[in-house]
Design a protein around this ligand. Structure first.
Ligand code: TPP
Ligand code: MG
Length: 616
């Protein structure tokens, strides 16, 4: 007779999760280190009961964190996973219906950013005895549909556990995908509410301690030989470092490769900080939000070595940036490696860089020197933007950059990601945490909470615009509840600076991009709204400081850093000099219009579009 343990499906799930570990380079990490949640009838009696019974709430063994919004709690899990280098994540339990669909946006964010998160939405009774239940969406064509099917296209693995017998295989596959650097993303196990509470005799082996070894695939010899040929033929190479460099822990190897072979290194949003900003080969941000240094080099390079990047339109300037370059792509994911008809190394970034380092070859010394000169000129420009006396956004970033040494800066949407990408001086790989895969308004505070849970030893600075704040500020209450300290810099410009400027540039007249009431003729150009975000933040339990000039901002940030409590520093910024785009972004403009502004915008668009190439 095999030894078995009689538990509910939910109890078995919890017992299983606390025994899962990842291992890489000899270090072990809890794969699922805790569980965020919001209870409703779809999970309270199943997963909720199981968490209560295993002693959660006392932080052991699977700590439970009540969140305020299901989308936000997935952002928290994603922020946690990112700051943990993808070696550890959090689970998210929701009720059925709206609680579950609230997680769709968070799941998409996690999957796009290749971040592991485990989603455990409740689901309709497997027996269907009482259908339609509260919050059930009925599909007249099939009883086998629930709103959780919305999570399928945004999940890397999705399963519905309709019978207890199905649980072990579903759990093992869920863990495998979470821990796999090439496949990872949101993983969904939909749990019908009756099945969660159903008892079963589980084999003891299900609860054995399991270690998921995170692989470092090595490059194929033949592919390496082809890559070496490309390197030797190149005079003007440029590395485009993406998030994969950081997740692989390949930053030291990248620095050595760049030093030995004289290769300048440009960075995507996810890759920023792969080299410290003052490394002699660093040329900063590349693409639409790039520096003049990196974008000039990108235009002239004869070989682009993309490492751990998925080449979004921001990186390629909508395929207008790279000139006559060939591509050599290092990526753990074959899908990404193959982009732009590249020569591919499907491998871990650290392994691939180690292997490429052995190739006897150097970039043209004139190219390496020119790159260093361009990078130095850009650093001087940053000094100019940071040195202003008024509270413009670049000045806010400059003051924060001074104070945030050793800390983490978190941001996601609006006009700040672009300014941060160009201006922020990142001193280490974990410092720059800007979610620009989904660029999701509302990620900032929730994701920052996850970052701080993962790296409690670091000061976490959340930069959030007023638009993003209004969309999702409520996790301040969760941070206060958990005694997790965040420094939140709320940059208030009374609307959408980013989309306002974009709207103007495409002939859309800034419609609906400023937070104003209706004017006398019914347009949205009336008074500024009497919305008081500082008081709002205080009402959620944060300490609040305001700053009206750079000196006051420095003082407020120093106070916030010294305080043990979550503190919001509210700043109203003024318009002022900001770095302009060095490269294009394809946002299609109306082809016909009665507005002169739109017609002029279309002319500019048609002209810029001519530079777009397929990179074959
Ligand atoms: C969830 C979501 N909805 C819409 C957008 C499109 N969008 C990008 S930036 C932006 C405005 C952001 O406003 P704010 O946070 O105040 O930043 P600002 O542009 O003023 O710097 C909008 C609406 C988005 N990125 N995410
Ligand atoms: Mg704003």
């Amino acid at each position: 007779m095999r030894n078995t343990t009689r538990l509910t499906v939910a109890q078995a799930l919890v017992r299983f999760l606390v025994r899962q570990w990842t291992e890489r380079d000899g270090a072990e990490h809890r794969l699922v280190a805790g569980c965020l949640g919001i209870f409703g009838h779809g999970n309270v009696a199943g997963v909720g009961q199981a968490l209560a019974e295993q002693g959660a709430g006392t932080r052991d063994p699977l700590p439970y964190y009540p969140a305020r919004n299901e989308q936000a709690m997935v952002h928290t899990a994603a922020g946690y996973a990112r700051q943990s280098g993808r070696l550890s994540t959090l689970a998210c339990t929701s009720s059925i219906g709206p609680g579950a669909t609230n997680m769709v946006t968070g799941a998409a964010l996690a999957t796009i950013n290749r971040l592991p998160v485990l989603l455990l939405p409740g689901d309709l009774f497997a027996t269907r005895v009482a259908s339609p239940v509260l919050q059930e969406l009925e599909d007249p064509r099939s009883y086998d549909v629930s709103v959780n099917d919305c999570l399928r296209p945004v999940s890397r693995f999705w399963d519905r556990v309709n019978r207890p017998e199905q649980l072990p295989a579903a759990l093992l596959e869920a863990m495998r995908v979470l821990a796999d650097p090439a496949e990872t993303g949101a993983v969904t196990l939909a749990l019908p509410q009756d099945v969660q509470a159903e008892a079963y005799d589980w084999p003891e082996e299900l609860f054995a301690r399991r270690v998921w070894h995170v692989p470092r695939p090595v490059p194929e010899p033949a592919a390496l030989a082809r890559a070496a040929g490309l390197l030797r033929a190149s005079r003007r190479p440029l590395v485009v470092a993406g998030g994969g460099v950081k997740y692989s822990g390949a930053c030291a190897e990248l620095a050595r490769f760049a030093e030995r072979h004289g290769v300048p290194v440009a960075e995507t949003q996810a890759g920023k900080g792969a080299l410290p900003y003052d490394h002699p080969r660093a040329v900063g941000a590349v693409g639409h939000t790039g520096t003049r240094a990196a974008d000039t080099l990108a235009r002239e390079a004869d070989l682009v070595i993309g490492i751990g990047t998925r080449y979004t339109d921001f990186t390629t300037a909508s395929r207008t940036l790279f000139g006559e370059a060939r591509f050599l792509n290092v990526n753990v994911t074959a899908f990404d490696a193959a982009k732009h008809a590249a020569e591919t190394l499907v491998a871990d970034a650290r392994e691939a860089l180690d292997a490429l380092d052995g190739v006897e070859w150097r970039a043209d010394p004139g190219w390496t020197g020119r790159a260093a000169e361009l990078a130095a000129a850009w650093q001087a420009e940053i000094d100019g933007f940071y040195g202003g006396t008024e509270l413009t956004q670049p000045v806010v970033l400059g003051v924060l950059n001074e104070i945030a040494a050793g800390g983490v800066v978190v941001n996601a949407a609006g006009s700040m990601p672009g300014d941060l990408h160009r201006l922020w001086r990142a001193s280490d790989p974990g410092q720059y945490h800007v979610e620009y895969g989904y660029s999701c308004m509302g990620y900032e505070i929730a994701g920052g909470l996850g970052a701080k849970l993962a790296a409690p030893e670091r000061e976490v600075f959340v930069l959030v615009g007023d638009g993003s704040y209004l969309m999702m500020a409520q996790e301040i209450a969760t941070a206060v509840q958990e005694g997790v300290k965040l420094v939140i810099v709320l940059v208030d410009n009374h609307g959408f600076a980013s989309i306002g400027a974009l709207s103007e540039s495409v002939g859309a007249l800034r419609l609906g991009t400023a937070y104003r009431g209706r004017g006398p003729d019914g347009r949205l150009d009336g008074e500024r709204l009497p919305v008081d975000l500082a008081t709002n933040a205080a009402s959620l339990g944060a300490d609040v400081l305001t700053a009206a000039d750079p000196r006051a901002l420095r003082a407020a940030l120093a106070t916030a850093v010294a305080s043990p409590r979550t503190t919001v520093v509210h700043v109203e910024t003024v318009p002022g000099p900001a770095p302009a785009a060095e490269a294009w972004w394809d946002v299609p403009v109306a082809e016909v219009s009665g507005l002169a502004e739109a017609r002029a915008a279309r002319e500019r668009y048609d002209a810029a579009k001519r530079a777009q190439r397929p990179y074959l």
